[in-house]
Design a protein. Structure first.
Length: 320
């Protein structure tokens, strides 16, 4: 063996890398590459494509009401599966009349308004599954809200110096107070319902006394994105916004939509007969249970549709 000269250091030997560190580094790089590749191939999340779309079921101003009734009868006869339906009544009903009339179907909501003769009053959709308790409870909530509206209108009238504007606030307070009185007395104010049932049960309901039309809506899957437009019981030929004979003079500032009464008319009483009345311009919708959840508020503004309306023959309205 050759001898190493004295005083000469041995050649440097590079340290051997530790097996554990090498393995960890390889795994870390591989994990990063896999993550990047998976993220690149992962499809973009798909949102709810129905957002902003509103389905309308019922009639619009100018629609023929006999034509609407004929179309709904034909559609009901052709129905082959369970569906939601808009049930329009031929008169305004008190809550205690509903359990018998709507027996054997699942009720989701009712449509109400205080039918003051020749007055614009607010249209409200109330959640209602237990009849008549849910309807009377909803009416009690509406009465409280109408009391607050009346107080607000009176306060605005007191703070307004302009006579025409003050008159508008005063009449607005009067109609709100009369609506509150009507709802608090569980008035005959229900004129439509939203129900769900199989075809046989819907056909049986359509034939009951008091039912004017039953409009099946198998395309409806979400009630919170559906606007129901039942005809008013007092209108028989054409759906139209009726005139408000108590409207202030043309130069009078109008109070909020749906408020224009005179103080002479009494508040409606439970089950009382009513004359011609007018529909409030903006309907108010209280959320109703949908297949994916339930609403918690009693009333919210009607959602504005973002897609054009489409009409079926016979004037029944649908717009997905």
């Amino acid at each position: 063996m050759p001898r190493r000269p004295s005083g000469v250091d041995p050649p440097a030997v590079p340290p051997r890398p530790r097996r554990g560190l090498v393995t960890a580094a390889v795994l870390a790089v591989g994990a990063v590459l896999l993550t990047v590749g998976w993220a690149a191939r992962r499809p973009e999340p798909v949102g709810d494509r129905t957002v902003g779309q509103v389905t309308r079921v019922g009639v619009l101003p100018g629609d023929s009401l006999p034509g609407y009734a004929a179309t709904t009868r034909a559609e009901l006869a052709a129905l082959t599966a369970g569906a939601y339906a808009l049930v329009s009544f031929d008169r305004y009903l008190a809550p205690d009349r509903l359990p018998v009339l709507l027996a054997d179907v699942e009720v989701a909501a009712v449509v109400v308004r205080v039918p003051l003769p020749d007055r614009q009053t607010e249209v409200v959709r109330l959640p209602a599954q237990l009849l008549p308790q849910d309807v009377t409870a909803g009416m009690a909530d509406l009465a409280d809200r109408k009391d607050r509206e009346a107080a607000d209108q009176r306060s605005r009238a007191a703070d307004t110096a302009d006579p025409p504007t003050r008159q508008g606030y005063e009449t607005g307070a009067q109609v709100a107070a009369r609506e509150a009185a009507g709802y608090r007395s569980a008035c005959a104010c229900v004129y439509a319902a939203v129900v769900r049932a199989d075809p046989a049960a819907l056909r049986a309901l359509a034939g009951r006394d008091g039912v004017r039309a039953l409009d099946p809506a198998p395309e409806v899957t979400r009630l919170d994105r559906t606007v129901f437009l039942p005809p008013l019981p007092e209108q028989r030929d054409t759906a139209r916004p009726p005139a408000d004979t108590a409207r202030p003079p043309a130069d009078t500032a109008r109070p909020p939509a749906g408020q224009a009464p005179t103080p002479a008319d009494p508040a409606p009483t439970p089950g009382a007969a009513v004359g011609d009345s007018s529909e409030g311009a903006p309907a108010v919708i209280a959320p109703v249970p949908s297949p994916t959840g339930t609403g918690s508020e009693r009333s919210v503004s009607t959602p504005a549709p973002t897609s054009p309306d489409s009409r079926r023959s016979g004037s029944s309205v649908r717009s997905p």
